[in-house]
Ligand binder design. Structure first.
Ligand code: 3HC
Ligand code: NAI
Length: 697
């Protein structure tokens, strides 16, 4: 029998155990192992009931994604499932960890399901640009009704065991998966319970069959956030087949939909992103087996916009925080913002009603840097001024316990210079969170010249622990994300001088799939910050300066590049801005020309890719996929386009290099000359992916 699955018999109970680390994914070997062992259990006359369970940390976490795109190997998953479903002996799925995708589909083909209380059950295929391809869209609506099924299949988020129990997806919540399932199995035999086949049970579909709006309303609510994505809509169609068609016909149509998505560009990009995210957690150049340091308590310096959000992220993960400010007043204000934030989430039903109080209890507010003394990790989020940062790190060196990791949340400043203020530069690094820090998933982990490998590992693993996506970057102005963004910002501004309007530029960028264009983003962040910094440095930017001189600082003053109605964040094009641009250009003796959307897109995206090539050549990012991760999770790059470097490969580097050279000449801008690495790859007909090693390639 197969090595990844085995059959044990406890008198009348046959126990099929799958053991294929790390996540028991349904590789050909696992599918074969399940099939062989279930057949053997059916054939064994002593066995009256079969339990299907998994070893290791989780129940089956889905199809083996690494097999996608390769020639299919038998047995097909649907064949394994029909053997289970048609077994003359009851089959019971014993779920722990996560039953996801094909894993939950295996469980749905079983006659009964039990799960441990911390188990999660879901069909996350849409997150990979797919839909469930082994009966999930047909059996889940029959198990829980179309409304919850739509939420799980079209939204892709898993549910917990308690909700699954309430919805009828599992029969019981058990202590140990195998032992609990065995006890349940004996009950099934003793009570002579029927073989419950979901395929034959249409009772939960009756309401939606009579009134289809139950289903269409559920779909409309979930797909509101699916702009640009194909999979959620195809997945919704597939759930519709469960309502409209006989089971076998629905299953066939589901399979067709799955196979179509499997070869789509979107799904390829989304699968790439899945592996890119996991690859990013593997730090290039750190000796294998390097262990992180223990982190039981974190201190955060500064309870402002970022410090507060960072503190919330730690408390959300149950990690105690000492939050440090310069005075009681600031501390009170910061704590108040966090409390309000959590209460608003609780009011929306996003977290339990008692969660705000519990999370606030994890945060110990203090005045004075000496209170960092118990922390294993210190994250500084004070004002973005080198002198202030240096002073804070000098004091941290005095007060922090030996071996504590000392991190700065700086957006641009040089971590080497900050580390040099301490006698322990090996413990210093950057942890650059993104705003709002309790929401945005990216954390750029900045490796400074002297950062010790185990300090780096500590930062990466704690970031994952608080549900962030870490990407390791090197020291430079703006690190990976903001450094690339600066190139886009520069071109956006130049386009205004050439004849484009803010709303035209932003529309091209949002149509591409970004959540916001550069000008709406500027209004959100506040235009006065850049204005002041330009004044300090004696730099001019006539349009932006004129806006600020007219008191247009962005959303906070109700007008910037756009105007805003009271209480609204929706940017409205403003004729006054067009007038101001015209006047400024007239003063400078410049004429507006018609700028095409195609030019805007190229000038927004290609300079960023060019900068990405420089970042790679300098070793600021180790892999193109790390740059993609930064943009996917820090800036809302559309996941179905994989990330800027992945997208660049799909456009073709030769084309991009040629267009950059063209714009460099046309707009007299040497910064647009193709970077040496880009030019080299373009000349050789290669891609950025060809530089990478490992799965993300
Ligand atoms: N196939 C292949 N490899 C997988 C995998 C899968 N379905 N799921 C996880 N892995 C790998 C990861 O790449 C990683 O490999 P690495 O160590 O070499 O980097 C390793 O397993 C561990 O994964 P994580 O680092 O993500 O571990 P976590 O403990 O943080 O998370 C998890 C575990 C929740 C299971 C998470 O891995 C996950 O969400 N996996 C994907 C689940 C999924 O999307 N399933 C649906 C697949 S599509 C499908 O089933 C189609 C079907 O309908 C026919
Ligand atoms: P903020 O002005 O909202 O908060 C800074 C807080 O630090 C203030 O409450 C201040 O009282 C406190 N502080 C100043 N000196 C201190 C000291 N010596 N000890 C304790 N507390 C002190 O600033 P914000 O926006 O939170 O930024 C903080 C850092 O995060 C900056 O380095 C910034 O560049 C970076 N950052 C900001 C992002 C943003 O979007 N706001 C995004 C990512 C990083």
């Amino acid at each position: 029998m197969s090595e990844v699955a085995k059959l044990d018999r406890h008198d009348i109970v046959g126990i099929v155990t799958i053991d294929s680390p790390p996540v028991n994914a349904l590789s050909a070997a696992v599918r074969g192992g399940i099939l062989d062992n279930v057949k053997a259990a059916i054939a064994d006359p002593e066995i009256k009931v079969i339990v299907l369970t998994c070893g290791g940390r989780t129940f089956i976490a889905g199809a083996d994604i690494t097999e996608f795109g390769k020639p299919p190997k038998p047995p097909a998953l649907n064949d394994v499932l029909s053997t289970i479903e048609n077994s003359p002996k009851p089959v019971i799925a014993a779920i722990h960890g996560t039953a996801l995708g094909g894993g939950l589909e295996v469980a749905l083909a079983c006659h009964y399901r039990v799960a441990t209380k911390d188990a999660k059950l879901g069909l996350p295929e849409v997150k990979l640009g797919l839909l469930p391809g082994a009966g999930g869209t047909q059996r889940l609506p029959r198990a829980v009704g179309p409304e919850l099924a739509v939420k799980m299949i079209v939204g892709g988020d898993p549910i917990g065991a308690a909700e699954a129990h309430k919805a009828g997806l599992i029969e019981e919540i058990v202590e140990g998966p195998a032992s609990g399932a065995e006890a349940f199995a004996r009950k099934v035999v003793a009570e002579n319970r029927p073989l419950r086949k979901l395929r034959d049970d249409d009772s939960k579909l009756a309401a939606a069959k009579a009134d289809r709006s139950i289903f269409t309303n559920a779909v409309a609510a979930i797909t509101k956030k699916s702009r640009g994505l194909e999979a959620p809509f195809a997945a919704a169609d597939a759930v519709g087949y469960a309502i409209d068609l006989p089971f076998d016909e629905g299953l066939k149509r589901e399979r067709e939909g799955f196979l179509k998505l499997l070869t789509s560009d979107q799904s390829k990009a989304q699968r790439y992103a899945f592996f890119a995210e996991r690859e990013a957690a593997k730090i290039a150049g750190v000796p294998e087996g390097t262990k992180g340091r223990k982190v039981d308590r974190v201190a955060i310096i500064g309870a402002g916009t970022m410090g507060g959000g960072i503190a919330m992220s730690f408390a959300n993960a149950g990690i105690p925080v000492t939050l440090i400010e310069t005075a009681e007043e600031q501390l009170k204000r910061g704590m108040g913002v966090m409390q309000k934030n959590w209460e608003a989430t609780a009011a929306r039903g996003g977290i339990p009603a008692d969660a705000p109080a519990k999370r606030m209890a994890l945060i110990d507010g203090k005045v004075g840097l000496e209170h960092v003394k118990d922390a294993d990790l210190v994250i500084e989020a004070v004002f973005e001024t080198m002198a202030v940062k240096k002073e804070v790190f000098g004091k941290l060196d005095q007060y922090a316990k030996p071996g504590a990791v000392l991190a700065s949340n700086t957006s641009y400043l040089n971590i080497d210079a900050i580390a040099a203020e301490t006698s322990r530069p090996q413990d210093v690094l950057g942890m650059h969170f993104f705003s709002p820090a309790n929401v945005m998933k990216l954390c750029e982990i900045v490796r400074a010249e002297k950062t010790a490998p185990d300090a780096l590992v500590t930062a990466v693993s704690i970031a994952r622990k608080i549900a962030k996506v870490p990407a390791v970057v090197g020291v430079c102005d703006g690190f990976v994300g903001n450094r690339m963004l600066a190139q886009r910002g520069k071109q956006a501004e130049k386009l205004l001088f050439e004849g484009a309007l803010p709303q035209q530029v932003d529309a091209v960028v949002t149509k591409f799939g970004m959540p916001m264009g550069p000008f709406a983003m500027g209004d959100l962040a506040g235009l006065d910050i850049g204005w002041r910094s330009r004044k300090d440095r004696g730099i001019k930017s006539e349009i932006a300066d004129a806006l600020c001189e007219a008191g247009r600082f962005g959303q906070k003053t109700g007008k910037g590049y756009y105007k805003y109605e009271a209480g609204s964040r929706a940017p409205l094009p403003d004729p006054d801005v067009e007038k101001l641009i015209d006047e400024t250009l007239a003063k400078l003796g410049l004429k507006r020309r018609a700028v095409s959307d195609e030019e805007i897109l190229e000038r927004m995206m290609y300079p960023m890719i060019n900068e990405g090539a420089k970042i790679l050549a300098e070793g600021i990012a180790a892999r193109p996929s790390d740059i993609d991760v930064v943009w996917l999770y820090g800036y809302g790059w559309p996941i179905y386009r994989g990330g800027p470097m992945y997208w660049a490969d799909s456009v073709g580097l030769k084309h991009i290099a040629e267009r950059l050279a063209f714009y460099a000449k046309e707009t007299n801008d040497p910064s647009l000359e193709p970077a040496p690495l880009l030019k080299k790859l373009a000349d050789e007909g290669k891609t950025f992916a060809s530089l990478a090693q490992g799965k993300a390639a």
